[in-house]
Design a protein around this ligand. Structure first.
Ligand code: SAM
Ligand code: SF4
Ligand code: SF4
Length: 336
């Protein structure tokens, strides 16, 4: 099957699969309690794609050039039986890298099973190594120790090196950037600092809250001198640096101040089976109806080709140019 390119000549290489819109955290920048409270209506179970349906989409996507799959959410480990999905995705022809992004809260219990099922690596989100700050950010009073346990269990199960994702928000956790970096020196894990983004419409994003990649780099290198590292592959989103003294590596993801839409090869599948061609899309294309009408691999591949060939998204570049401004889907729905 021919491999599609979009209207900006970008190929399709990555598939991000959200397996649930639920989460046991209420990170203030992602699922603020005021919006995602007791009365919030999450998707009912029968509206979620089954593992078989997800595998059908992933298989079709692999035929079109996807070689990397990331499982995300919501919190992916909240989805019952997730290792079963991993074992269905891992053997798909063409998939070289199968990873998951998790908040790490229940990873310690699951790491071994996930590794055995065929997961390649995990990214664990941890915004601060300071317990009080972290509890405030996840807003459910979950302590740092539980996440560190998850990270160690993942490394022990062979899911490392673990990437540690930290969203930096001014006035909230920016004072702890150096401490967080320092904690993971000499561990083999790689902290990746992420500029706070205007995903969704509920987190009250303001440009002033963004701590720029430059600022993050300056703060860390003042304490622990850094030097650049070549990107591991074309289209890598994080700019990589290593500590001059050999104590490890970090990444900085400058989605706001240095957008990388030109290299964006990612398609996102929501938990209810809609395909989104951008993290900041306002609408997706429903694949669930097609799947449930009995479509086979070929028809799904054709639908994905049409979706991809029509793609012109470059939201972050437009934000930088000041030309973006539309309703966006929530990150907890579409996955990171
Ligand atoms: N629950 C899992 C977790 O937290 O790792 C997976 C889903 S979460 C939506 C995926 C990633 O998106 C996390 O690393 C999270 O920190 C990041 N994220 C969420 N909201 C963000 C925002 N407004 N700006 C930047 N990153 C964000
Ligand atoms: Fe949950 Fe992840 Fe969003 Fe935090 S960032 S609320 S852990 S989905
Ligand atoms: Fe890709 Fe959209 Fe992000 Fe640009 S803004 S890098 S097109 S997901």
């Amino acid at each position: 099957m021919p491999q599609p390119t979009d209207t900006l000549q970008r190929p399709l290489r990555d598939l991000r699969i959200s397996v649930t819109d639920r989460c046991n955290f209420r990170c203030t920048y992602c699922m603020p309690k005021g919006v995602f409270g007791r009365d919030y209506k999450f998707l009912p179970r029968d509206q979620l794609l089954t593992f078989e349906e997800i595998t059908l989409v992933a298989t079709a996507a692999a035929r079109l050039g996807v070689n990397k799959i990331r499982i995300t959410g919501g919190e992916p480990l909240m989805r019952a039986g997730l290792p079963d999905l991993v074992s269905m995705l891992a053997p798909i022809d063409g998939i070289e890298d199968l990873t998951m992004t998790t908040n790490g809260s229940i990873l310690a219990r699951k790491a071994e099973e996930l590794a055995e099922a065929g997961l390649s690596r995990v990214s664990v989100s941890l915004d601060s190594i300071d317990d009080a700050t972290f509890r405030e950010m996840n807003d459910v009073d979950f302590g740092v120790a539980g996440v560190l346990e998850g990270i160690e269990a993942a490394a022990a199960a062979g899911l490392g090196p673990v990437k540690i994702n930290a969203v930096v928000k001014r006035g909230l956790n920016d004072h702890g950037i150096v401490e967080l970096a320092g904690h993971f020196r000499n561990t083999g894990h790689i902290v990746r600092f992420i500029e706070y983004m205007d995903v969704g419409t509920t987190n009250g994003w303001r440009l002033d809250d963004v701590v720029s990649a430059d600022e993050i780099h300056r703060a860390i290198s003042a304490e622990f001198p850094l030097e650049p590292v070549e990107a591991a592959y074309h289209g890598e989103v994080a700019t990589r640096y290593r500590y001059v003294d050999g104590s490890g590596e970090i990444g900085i993801i400058a989605s706001v101040t240095a957008p990388f839409c030109g290299d964006c090869t990612r398609l996102r599948l929501s938990a209810e089976g809609s395909a989104y061609t951008c993290l900041f899309a306002s609408a997706g294309s429903d694949l669930r109806a097609l799947i449930r009408s009995g479509a086979d691999d070929d028809s799904i591949a054709k639908a994905l080709t049409t979706i991809w060939e029509g793609r012109s998204d470059r939201y972050s570049e437009q934000r930088a140019e000041g030309t973006a401004g539309w309703e966006r889907i929530e990150m907890s729905y579409i996955g990171g």
